[in-house]
Design a protein around this ligand. Sequence first.
Ligand code: CMP
Length: 138
Amino acid sequence: ATNKTLTMIKPDAVKAGHTGAILAQINEAGFRIVALKMTQLSTAAAERFYAVHKERPFFGELVEFMTSGPIVAAILEKDNAVADFRTLIGSTNPAEAAEGTIRAKYATSIGENAIHGSDSDENAQIEGDFHFAGLEQF
Ligand code: CMP
C-alpha cells in the first residue's frame, strides 16, 4: 500500500550545500514530496523529537548537532515508503552504507550522517505530524 515516511536533511548536509542533490535523488527514487520546509530545531524540539534516545550516551551530542543549523524536513509518499527510504539512505554508520546511498555520498560520521528516515509507519505518522500541520501536508 502507498504510505509515508518523514525525512530530515540534517545540518551537516544543508550546510555543505547538498539539499538540492539529495531532494533530486529522493525524487528520482520515486518518492512524492507531500510536505517540505527548511527550519531550525530548538533544543526543546530536538529533545522531544529524539525522546526515545534520551538515555543513550550520545543524546546530548545528537541534540547539539541537530540544533546546530537549519534542516530540511519533508514528508514523502511511495509504496513501501519506510523500508524503501531506509534502503535509499543507507546504514546509520556511513562506513557501512551501501555505495550510492545518500549516507555513503554525503554523511561524514555516525552522528553527522546527513539524513534521517522514519523507522516504522507509526513513527512516520508521529514524526510527520511533529513537523507539519494537516494543512501543510499535500
Ligand atoms: P537517526 O536515525 O536520524 O536518529 C537517531 C540518531 O542518533 C541517528 O540518526 C544518528 O545520527 C545518531 N546516532 C546513532 N548512534 C550514534 C552514536 N553512536 N553517536 C552519535 N550519534 C549517534
